[in-house]
Design a protein around this ligand. Structure first.
Ligand code: F6P
Length: 620
């Protein structure tokens, strides 16, 4: 465990200024009293799994939805919280580092102290291991001062994201009993919140008084469903990565000699890659969900990329930017099957060294075909949810390597006559995870922290703190508590009526909706992205000024601003291309010069935050 955890940090000027930023609260959380409204009883997110979830969670299944409202709201079946006896709460980071995590703890702290200054908030040092070993530090305003609105999880740190085995659950329960905790708040993604649900069930069964609460915090943005609009950290991570991608795009077009292959985080779902593509317009983006749906093989993907390289070469372009999610490799059918075999061997305790010799003949043949660096990475030990360590598999390098081979083959066979293909690879992973959180993530996390305290105070067990209506300003946000079991389901074996549910109920990551309008926009623009170098520069995160309060674009994609933005840029490119054709007439040149007056405006659009007010354009 890192000895520096929780130490005061020396802050830079920007960090100090950020530490002064006071997140906004919706009206229902601004006072010390909150009205609690109980809604409908819940079932499973997948009604066909309701019985299985109910069986697995007899104590916590079917609980009601709960909304937190201003005390003066008129609502039926309500209970006003009037008294605030002192409470003790424990909190831990269980999921991966995600910008905004510290603000959840800050929100919990402020809400607890506002209710009763004698309330005690304990942080578990070192995540789950700190929980099992009862290693705590008291969270005070002093401790928090250099962590407010700051990136990282280093106030408390984290270890393995798992509270699942009998020993782990028992250790967690004895810690909560020994510390006499009223609430245990677990900050994390799908895996951590699934474990939180199990813990809540076990605590209820053993009459442990501690209420277990989950908070949706994961940069991957895949904990998304009818109750959860987005997760803390996703907005920041997409903004930081989009800036990095757009920098790389401008570098590529400036030198005109490299293809950049960029891999982004996001294992089971490609939300980060999708969002960043919408924000930065790279030449190509390949999402795991579309590959899985169309069952594209590795070589089909390589051929598609090579066709793109050829089409660009035909226009004299020898540079480009390709974006992929880290989960792409697992979406390719034959790679998935190979990785499943490797996973099963791990589960049967076969060592990394022995795995290659234990593969079935077809898997061994595929394994042998892959370059040695990928072979080494594929057999690495598994994640806590028994999946492959996707962040360690250099899929972008695999693609770049195979594209280079294919381009050489096409050249040799005389099908490609352009210049030699050259690539540069990047994995943008932890660079974004440790970023200063955007205002959106700072506010969202802080509000969720406040909601957690309302949940504990209401005595709810096995709930997740949620906020909806995030598209709107903070004063219109709706605060709620949703039973974790309502988000759980069981994966099915086969499609159609014969489908057999398998495995235990968990909260599953939700994939990109390939029927959504945002995806249609991306695909509609694909050929323009590929050929027109239609790059977009969102710039760094804005903390103050007009761009500071932009929301995650996936939440506002229906908003015409973004679609209009794309149209304006395309229109601009077309005009410039038409006007400035070599050998054009004097009149056309004059028209071009006058239309250049608007170029600055266009450049402003290209670097404007997505929801900033855009000027109108007129081309002569
Ligand atoms: O830094 P680590 O431990 O390799 O974690 C990486 C994983 O965490 C995530 O960032 C979030 O779950 C994944 O996208 C990634 O595979």
């Amino acid at each position: 465990m890192n000895a520096d955890l929780g130490s005061p940090r020396e802050l830079t000027g920007l960090q100090r200024r950020r530490a002064l930023y006071q997140p906004e609260l919706p009206p229902c959380l601004q006072g010390t009293r909150v009205r609690v409204e109980f809604g409908e009883s819940t079932t499973s997110i997948d009604p066909k799994c309701a019985d299985i979830v109910a069986q697995a969670f007899p104590q916590t299944f079917g609980q009601k939805l709960v909304h937190f409202l201003e005390p003066n709201s008129m609502a039926s079946d309500t209970q006003v919280i009037k008294e605030h006896p002192p409470i003790r709460v424990g909190v831990l980071f269980s999921g991966r580092q995600s910008p905004g995590g510290h603000n959840v703890i800050w929100g919990i702290h402020d809400a607890m102290k506002a209710r009763n200054p004698h309330n005690v908030l304990l942080g578990f040092v070192g995540g789950t291991e700190g929980l099992f070993a009862k290693k705590t530090m008291e969270i005070t305003n002093d401790v928090l001062s250099s962590y407010k609105n700051q990136g990282g999880f280093d106030l408390l740190g984290r270890t393995v994201d798992q509270i699942r085995t009998k020993e782990q659950v028992n250790a967690a329960m004895s810690t909560c009993c020994d510390l006499s905790l009223d609430g245990l708040i677990i900050i994390g993604g799908v895996t951590s919140n699934s474990d939180a649900a199990q813990l809540a069930e076990t605590f209820a069964k053993h009459n442990c008084k501690t209420k277990v609460i989950g908070v949706p915090v994961t940069l991957s943005g895949d904990l998304k469903n009818q109750f959860v609009e987005t997760t803390v950290g996703f907005d920041t991570v997409c903004k930081v990565n989009s800036q990095l991608i757009s920098n790389v795009c401008l570098d590529a077009v400036s030198a005109g000699k490299y293809y950049y292959f960029v891999r982004l985080m996001g294992g089971k779902a490609s939300h980060v890659a999708f969002e960043c593509a919408l924000q930065s317009h790279p030449n190509m983006v390949i999402l795991g969900e579309e590959v899985a749906l169309s069952k594209l093989t590795l070589m089909e993907i390589i051929n598609k990329i090579c066709d793109g390289v050829e089409a660009r070469a035909a226009q004299g372009k020898y540079h480009g930017v390709l974006v992929i999610p880290e989960g792409l490799i697992e979406s390719i059918p034959e790679m998935y099957a190979l990785m499943q075999e490797i996973n099963n061997l791990h589960i049967n305790n076969v060592t990394e060294d022995e795995i290659p010799s234990q593969l079935s003949p077809w898997a061994a043949a595929l394994f042998k075909f892959l370059p040695p660096f990928i072979r080494r990475e594929l057999v690495l030990h598994q994640e806590s949810d028994n999946s492959a360590q996707l962040s360690q598999i250099d899929t972008e390098q695999l693609l770049a390597h195979l594209v280079e081979e294919e381009m050489k083959r096409r050249t040799k066979e005389g099908n490609y006559k352009g210049r030699k293909f050259s690539s540069v690879c990047h994995f943008f992973g932890s660079q974004a995870r440790g970023s200063l959180p955007s205002n959106f993530d700072s506010n969202y996390a802080y509000v969720l922290g406040h909601i957690c305290v309302q949940i504990v105070a209401t005595g709810l067990n096995g709930y997740m703190a949620t906020v909806t209506n995030l598209k709107d300003s903070t004063n219109k946000w709706r605060c709620a508590a949703v039973p974790l079991t309502a988000m759980m389901s069981v994966r099915r074996h086969l499609r159609g009526p014969g489908a057999v549910p398998i495995g235990r109920p968990v909260i599953h990551p939700s994939p990109i909706d390939l029927k959504a309008e945002s995806y249609a926009v991306l695909r509609e623009k694909a050929s323009s992205f590929l050929l027109d170098d239609f790059y977009r520069t969102p710039g760094g995160i804005q903390f103050e000024g007009p761009g500071a309060n932009t929301k995650p674009i996936t939440l506002t994609i229906e908003d015409q601003d973004y679609l209009g933005d794309i149209e304006i840029l395309q229109d601009y490119l077309n005009k410039v291309r038409t006007i400035l054709k070599p050998g054009c007439s004097r009149e056309i040149l004059k028209a071009a010069i006058s239309s250049m007056a608007s170029v600055n405006d266009v450049l402003k659009v290209m670097s404007a935050p997505l929801n900033a007010e855009l000027p109108l354009y007129h081309f002569n």
